[in-house]
Design a protein around this ligand. Structure first.
Ligand code: SAH
Ligand code: SF4
Length: 368
């Protein structure tokens, strides 16, 4: 069965021909699907009966299991049932003029980063193109503002599901009209995927999750580092930066007493030096505490010291502001809560502990 946002124009064309609808309806339907910011059933182009038949022929892939709102409704997070028992999350972050959607690329993740709720839960399955695109459209239907940014920073490793991720990117660009630069793919550092990305025609933005300035530490919190160590990840990032003529963003989740010492900031600045003239942008994110990992977020003062050390060494650095922490906005956290003992069939996990300091969605820098 082909789902609504997986089907391509040829499949809609064939369905219209089967129904006996005139060919010009195809553009109207495509407009209803991708440009009207409303569900197909409520769109204003094409007759209602035709839209209803197509909606039946191409059903949605995602069923809403839970929805949470924070920041007075400006942040909305969904937990979707995606078939075969898979559950994925999407976050919508609104500003007065536009919206950012954070999408999942996989149900679960096989990379096993120790501090990440998704990594702690393990891998379920890849999402297909339609499931990725649908997350953006379903979020758009809930927002008055047009979606201006899409970030692949929800559940899963997008470069471990390359083909579905990339065909979703192409559709978001061509049919939803999103600028490629406003589509950000965040990777844990899958080197072959990064190299492939460097050769793609669309100049999407890349973010690389580093979290440690040396291999010894990174091996312990980002296990895939044993396969793709820092020098290789940075080399691939440099290739991509050169291909695009733009600097790459590096994400660094600050964990108290683990990776947040001033000496580690010095080591990080040193590590990023080979990126040369284009330089690097470092995004510091206080850890969002999860039940499966004992680490705590770095406090504000220490975070500022870490940022100053980087800046003094010429590294462009930002510290993410708080948003969405009140709705378990970090990867995989809504799903864990949903699966708490209160929910039928849930696991024995207690709900995530509230973080004493500002916890935040890892995605918020891109909002607004
Ligand atoms: N798999 C990709 C994209 C999804 S994770 C990646 O790892 O980049 C998106 C971002 O959220 C990554 O930078 C990830 O390291 C970060 N992240 C995951 N769990 C987090 C947590 N508990 N606190 C802070 N950042 C977290
Ligand atoms: Fe997977 Fe990214 Fe979480 Fe690591 S941080 S386990 S790569 S989703």
């Amino acid at each position: 069965m082909t789902t609504r946002y997986d089907a391509d124009r040829d499949e809609y064309r064939a369905a219209l021909a089967e129904i006996g609808a005139p060919r010009y309806r195809l553009d109207q339907i495509w407009d209803a699907l991708y440009r009207q910011r409303a569900p197909l059933e409520d769109a204003s182009s094409a007759p209602k009966a035709l839209r209803a038949r197509l909606a039946h022929r191409f059903p949605l892939a995602l069923t809403e299991l839970a929805r949470a709102e924070g920041d007075a409704g400006m942040t909305v997070k969904w937990l979707w049932g995606a078939g075969e028992g898979a559950e994925v999350e999407t976050v919508l972050m609104r500003s007065p003029t536009r919206a950012t959607v954070c999408v999942s690329s996989q149900a679960g993740c096989a990379m096993g980063c120790t501090f990440c709720a998704t990594g702690q839960a393990g891998f379920e399955r890849h999402l297909d193109r339609g499931e990725i695109v649908e997350q953006v459209l379903r979020a758009q239907h809930a927002a008055a503002q047009p979606v201006g940014n899409v970030v692949f920073m929800g559940m899963g490793e997008p470069l471990a599901n390359y083909d579905a991720t990339w065909t979703a990117v192409e559709r978001l660009h061509r049919d939803l009209g999103l600028s490629a630069r406003r589509i950000t793919i965040s990777t844990v550092g899958i080197v072959p995927g990064m190299r492939r990305l460097a050769r793609e025609r669309l100049p999407v933005t890349l973010a690389v999750s580093l979290h440690a300035p040396d291999d010894t530490l990174r091996d312990t919190i980002v296990p895939v580092n044993r396969r793709y160590p820092l020098t290789e990840v940075l080399d691939a990032a440099a290739e991509l930066a050169a291909a695009r003529g733009r600097r790459v963003t590096f994400e660094y989740a600050c964990i108290a007493g683990v990776n947040d010492a001033p000496a580690q900031a010095v080591a990080l600045a040193h590590l990023l030096r080979p990126l040369g003239a284009l330089g690097a942008h470092v995004n510091l994110i206080p850890l969002n505490a999860t039940t499966g990992y004992p680490g705590r977020p770095t406090d504000r003062r220490r975070l500022q010291v870490f940022a100053s050390v980087l800046r003094e060494r010429g590294v462009n650095t930002t510290v993410r502001r708080t948003r969405g922490g009140d709705i378990d906005a970090a990867c995989g956290q809504l799903r864990n809560r949903h699966a708490s003992p209160a929910a039928p069939g849930g696991s024995a996990l207690p709900p995530p502990a509230p973080s004493p300091s500002a916890t935040m969605a890892p995605w918020t820098t891109f909002a607004g």
